[in-house]
Ligand binder design. Sequence first.
Ligand code: GSH
Ligand code: FE2
Length: 357
Amino acid sequence: MLVFRQLFDPSSSTYTYLLGDGTRKEALLIDPVFEQVRRDEALLHELGLQLRWTLETHVHADHITGAWLLRRRCGSQIAVSAAGGAAGADRYLADGDSVAFGKRSLEARATPGHTDGCLTYVLDDQTRAFTGDCLLIRGSGRTDFQQGSAKALYASVHRQIFTLPAACLLYPGHDYNGLTVTSVDEERRFNPRLGGEIGEGDFVGTMDHLGLPHPRQMDIAVPANLRCGQPEGDLAASADPDWAPLNYTFGGLWEIRPHTLAEMLDKVQIVDVREPHEYTGALGRIPGARLMPLAGLGAGVEQLDRERPVVTVCRSGARSGRAVVVLQKAGFGKVANLAGGMLLWRAEGCIVEGGAQ
Ligand SMILES: N[C@@H](CCC(=O)N[C@@H](CS)C(=O)NCC(=O)O)C(=O)O
Ligand SMILES: [Fe+2]
């Protein structure tokens, strides 16, 4: 069983792809983004997958890869193109090499043109291919920096991508218009730069006159990606909260487990965001919890100490998850949601004040 997820980084419009063997529980990520590493890790964890590899389609100019950080956090190995010039990887790929995850695999195809070292990854059964910034949906990667060559890109698309089966789905490295997927057949027919009867000369003429500004992050991203995303200096930006062992969820929240919270009740402020009748109702409450219903939370935040961690709680963990977002927006840095709310708190036998016994 193939596990497949398309993930998006809105700030750079980058797609990251998760591919997993659902039986063997092994996975890889294509083009992870540094700032999204926690999200990707949470998804892998929630799906029960072990990350074996991170793969790069090329040395990116517009965002920093999450490869190095994922290796550090998940023990994955880094695979990059041998022709890309990046140092610090575990494996250097050339045209025709394959990378396995469980019983499945991807074939690397050299598709230079956007950069010298661009690779397209083709799934073993040729039902999907990941084209990086070589072929975009109804577009192509730019060819005006990082050894770009419009001639080379034209040849790559025609020899390595348009020769795949017509029904093969194509997933790009970016999309700037909200499009998500295309197919070989569609791009052969409708790509306005490369499809139909468009010849090499037509393509080169188009690419020479795009007049695009350089990516905003280019001066930071290229050197960092030549180190596979290893930061210079310390790692403060990617450090986890240190006030408690917390879990990060794919939904984007830090959560605390009932037993972890039960052992540190005196060190945190507990904000119960249920309605008053629930606070005094049958489920009871956590000793010391302060009643601040979600609707009035924004107006009441000044009653809270900004230096002490805050844990939010409700019946099931849903409203309190929303409360975390409200508190973060109000500038609170140390906030976590009680996983499973009062229901899980009681189910795990933690101490309750009031309520039915
Ligand atoms: N405004 C974007 C520009 C991104 C950009 O130039 N993207 C490259 C891929 S790394 C590209 O080929 N873009 C094609 C296009 O914009 O048509 C940024 O600053 O990051
Ligand atoms: Fe790129």
